[in-house]
Design a protein around this ligand. Structure first.
Ligand SMILES: *[C@@H]1O[C@H](CO)[C@@H](O)[C@H](O)[C@H]1NC(C)=O
Ligand SMILES: *[C@@H]1O[C@H](CO)[C@@H](O)[C@H](O)[C@H]1NC(C)=O
Ligand SMILES: *[C@@H]1O[C@H](CO)[C@@H](O)[C@H](O)[C@H]1NC(C)=O
Ligand SMILES: *[C@@H]1O[C@H](CO)[C@@H](O)[C@H](O)[C@H]1NC(C)=O
Ligand SMILES: *[C@@H]1O[C@H](CO)[C@@H](O)[C@H](O)[C@H]1NC(C)=O
Ligand SMILES: *[C@@H]1O[C@H](CO)[C@@H](O)[C@H](O)[C@H]1NC(C)=O
Ligand SMILES: *[C@@H]1O[C@H](CO)[C@@H](O)[C@H](O)[C@H]1NC(C)=O
Ligand SMILES: CC(=O)N[C@H]1CO[C@H](CO)[C@@H](O)[C@@H]1O
Length: 506
């Protein structure tokens, strides 16, 4: 079954994989102009100096380009900012020739004192392209690196997992000539995540837009972040294996399984993807049904089935009937791939009302300097641009938020019912609610605030803290209720560690 692809396409749908980069791209002008404006304000400098400062901060590779753009568009931007235009107006003015007729004017900041429309039309110069109209293709053409599956596996070649085993898998004990794997490894298993952008850990660093703390250090991770499409699976709750550099800490199912049984080392893969709807289930699974160890598959699409950016968002949500058929189809496929003795854990959908309830009147990182952009404004702006990651939850309309949660609950119940009633030959199957309530509870006990559990920049995804806490809650639950899923503790752990050390990294 290695490297086979399934695509179970039902109806064509908006798809967050496209949406997540779009979310950044459609906003990049407002975002960058805001940063320039605020840098000038914070350092009491001219706009020109602020642009140079920003160019200095970003990685050297991109600096030449940045200076060219600053030279090209700088004077125009500077003039507009000096006339007290905010970032919305500057960006509209730069893009006027591209403004689709009939589209609403979308703005992040409150309109300037002068009437919005008159400033808008006076300020036009129709610059055709703007520094942030950088094409996303440049960034996404680089191969996703090893962060996605650990070093054994190149994301684009699913056979590699099998062909370059870890040191332990290759070795033979010189004393008795027995292969180490046979001696030390029973009960070992891999971790697989089928999920969406939350599982892959979508994150935009707030340091990129907080001018009060901005320095060259803030952008050191920029090239890598774009290579990985702004996902950070290396820190994520299922497949994380590096210490978090994005706040919080790393705790993952993989690290815990590895601690329990050192033979699980490097057996991780992440086949989650931004926006994997259950109807768009298409994945490649690097696992050989006969030769490989069983796997734990975490099947988590915690929001995308009810989240879309459509005007009539309710009509575009997955129905319970569709959910049933999509998930069962996906599970049948897994049954044909997974080695016997595997386990599948279905995770329910989150109740996204948590987002609005905890964020709507707080300031977004872009709005902290002047106290002028709240999350409620950000959500309306994204909605207006039709790039909201979730129109049903990120809305002031309480009825709509409730209806979205109602559908999410219905879909979770479908998953629960599947786990209860369906049987598969090669794995057993379990259901758990998305542990949001317990996570918030734990965090409160640690002295934290609920808003810290949400990604500060997008105001939507779970934060690194939420991910790490979620792992520990999931682990405790599994240990209590389904210990067979986690396998036994390996009595040879200490010996393995003594002989192989860290086995050359993850
Ligand atoms: C900002 O700089 C200008 C000129 O360098 C100076 O006149 C002004 O007082 C400064 N403002 C503040 C708030 O430091
Ligand atoms: C941007 O990328 C798209 C496809 O990804 C391409 O069609 C388009 O021509 C590119 N635009 C520019 C200005 O390079
Ligand atoms: C994938 O990796 C294997 C083993 O290294 C190699 O033989 C094969 O040609 C690769 N396939 C592709 C499509 O790169
Ligand atoms: C994280 O850092 C700690 C010490 O700071 C270290 O002991 C540990 O091995 C690191 N973990 C990973 C996954 O790199
Ligand atoms: C939304 O749901 C909450 C909790 O169930 C309820 O208290 C509230 O009255 C509902 N609001 C609307 C507008 O339906
Ligand atoms: C809120 O959403 C509901 C459901 O989509 C809709 O019927 C209602 O008109 C909306 N209310 C407002 C004030 O937009
Ligand atoms: C899987 O293993 C179980 C017990 O270990 C066995 O009962 C079952 O028949 C096996 N299934 C298949 C499809 O081999
Ligand atoms: C992280 C990862 O492996 N992502 C992959 C998941 O599967 C899809 C479809 O096979 C790939 O396109 C992703 O790159």
């Amino acid at each position: 079954c290695a490297s086979s692809w399934v695509s179970a396409t039902a109806s064509p749908r908006l798809y967050l994989a496209l949406l997540a980069p779009r979310l950044v791209m459609r906003n990049r002008c407002v975002l960058v102009v805001s940063v320039i404006e605020q840098l000038a304000q914070w350092h009491n400098s001219t706009v020109k100096a602020a642009m140079e400062r920003l160019c200095n901060y970003i990685p050297e590779k991109l600096q030449g380009f940045c200076y060219v753009l600053a030279e090209l568009y700088g004077p125009h931007i500077a003039e507009l900012i000096d006339r007290k235009m905010n970032a919305d107006v500057v960006c509209h003015s730069l893009k006027l020739c591209k403004q689709d007729p009939g589209q609403p004017l979308c703005h992040l900041y409150p309109p300037p004192k002068v009437s919005w429309f008159s400033t808008f039309f006076k300020a036009t110069d129709c610059a055709r392209s703007f520094m942030l109209e950088l094409n996303s293709t440049e960034a996404s053409s680089t191969l996703r690196g090893y962060h996605w599956r650990g070093r054994d596996c190149n994301d684009k070649n699913t056979t590699i997992l099998l062909s370059s085993p870890s040191l332990l898998q290759q070795g033979v004990d010189p004393k008795d000539g027995l292969p180490y794997e046979e001696k030390f490894c029973k009960d070992s298993q891999g971790v697989v995540l089928l999920g969406d952008s939350a599982g892959a850990h979508f994150h935009i660093p707030p340091e990129w837009m907080t001018v009060t703390q901005m320095s060259a250090k803030s952008f050191a991770n920029l090239p890598m972040a774009f290579t990985d499409e702004l996902d950070w699976p290396q820190f994520s709750e299922i497949t994380g294996f590096l210490n978090s550099t994005i706040g919080g800490w790393t705790d993952s199912l993989y690290l815990r399984l590895r601690r329990r049984n050192r033979c699980n080392h490097r057996d991780l893969q992440n086949i989650s993807q931004n926006g994997m709807l259950t109807v768009y289930l298409s994945f490649s699974l690097a696992r050989n049904q006969l030769l490989d160890n069983p796997a734990i598959v975490i099947y988590a699409t915690i929001g995308n089935d009810v989240c879309n950016g459509n005007r009539d968002t309710l009509a575009h949500m997955t129905t319970p009937k569709e959910m049933l058929s999509n998930v069962v189809q996906a599970l049948r496929y897994l049954d044909s791939c997974l080695p016997n003795g595997s386990h599948v854990i279905l995770t329910g959908l989150v109740d996204g009302r948590f987002l609005w309830d905890n964020l709507h009147d707080r300031y977004h990182p872009l709005g902290q300097l002047n106290r002028d952009v709240t999350y409620s404004q950000l959500y309306s702006f994204l909605d207006c641009l039709q790039v909201s990651p979730c129109s049903g939850w990120l809305t002031p309309n309480e009825t709509l938020r409730n209806l979205t949660s109602e559908r999410a609950l219905q879909l979770s119940n479908v998953l629960k019912e599947i786990a209860r009633s369906e049987k598969f030959a090669n794995f057993d199957i379990f259901y758990m609610d998305f542990p949001l309530r317990q996570t918030a509870e734990e965090w409160r006990k640690m002295g934290g605030e609920p808003w810290q559990l949400i990604e500060p920049v997008d105001g939507f995804h779970p934060s690194q803290i939420a991910a790490a806490l979620g792992t520990s809650i999931t682990w405790q639950k599994a240990l209590r209720e389904w210990p067979q899923v986690l396998g036994k503790e390996n009595p040879f752990n200490n010996q393995i560690e003594a002989i192989f050390k860290d086995q050359g990294g993850h």
